[in-house]
Ligand binder design. Structure first.
Ligand code: HMH
Length: 194
């Protein structure tokens, strides 16, 4: 069962959801430049996710479509919010994709061609990891608290619970889910100061 993944792969789950990047957000020690690097890459990722999820809506069973459409709308709003945030921070969101982003884009393209059960299972992992990661960074240190609050808003929780229900309906290819976990961990790694 897809929703058992955290207990079946505890080390990988931990690597994707507890990370020095997130520790730095929680205690406020993460340099603003590292956060900005991550933000510009995440804006790219969200745009790719929007494309993947829009196509998933079309091939999903009827009972799943409303929730997935809601998720697409949330991604559109998220991109608008990223634009505002970038303007405020004087950040150029057109920065070229870094290797972790390129690799994650490639995985989304494979998921786009995978059966619905694998794709919806993977989407649940994508969003559940993100929710767990930001929840673990609460309340967020100086400069980051407002951002952590945004990514832990109550509506997001409900959405992830809805995805979990869909993901639990059909078994997914575990190897694909594991690859999502690996890409999530690599995505946090990307922005750490070296
Ligand atoms: C890397 N994973 C990453 N970025 C995101 N914005 C999400 C998941 C959730 O949409």
């Amino acid at each position: 069962m897809t929703p058992d993944l955290p207990s079946r792969r505890p080390a990988l789950w931990l690597a994707a959801t507890r990370h020095p990047f997130l520790d730095g957000v929680r205690d406020g020690s993460l340099p603003a430049a590292s956060f900005d690097t991550w933000l510009a890459q995440d804006a790219r990722f969200v745009a790719d996710l929007l494309a993947f999820q829009s196509r998933l809506v079309a091939r999903a069973p009827r009972h799943a479509q409303r929730l997935l459409v809601g998720g697409v709308l949330a991604l559109v709003d998220e991109l608008a919010w990223f634009d505002q945030l970038a303007a405020r921070r004087g950040l150029d969101l057109a920065a070229p994709a870094l290797p972790a982003t390129v690799a994650y884009t490639a995985l989304l393209q494979r998921l786009d061609a995978a059966p619905y059960a694998d794709a919806v299972g993977a989407l649940w992992v994508v969003e559940r990891v993100y929710l767990d990661a930001w929840t673990g960074a609460l309340p967020g240190g100086e400069h980051y608290a407002e951002l952590v609050e945004h990514w832990t808003a109550p509506g997001f929780d409900d959405y992830v619970a809805g995805l979990e229900k869909l993901a639990g309906e059909r078994p997914a290819d575990e190897q694909l889910l594991v690859e999502v976990l690996q890409q999530e961990a690599a995505f946090w790694d990307m922005a750490l100061p070296s």
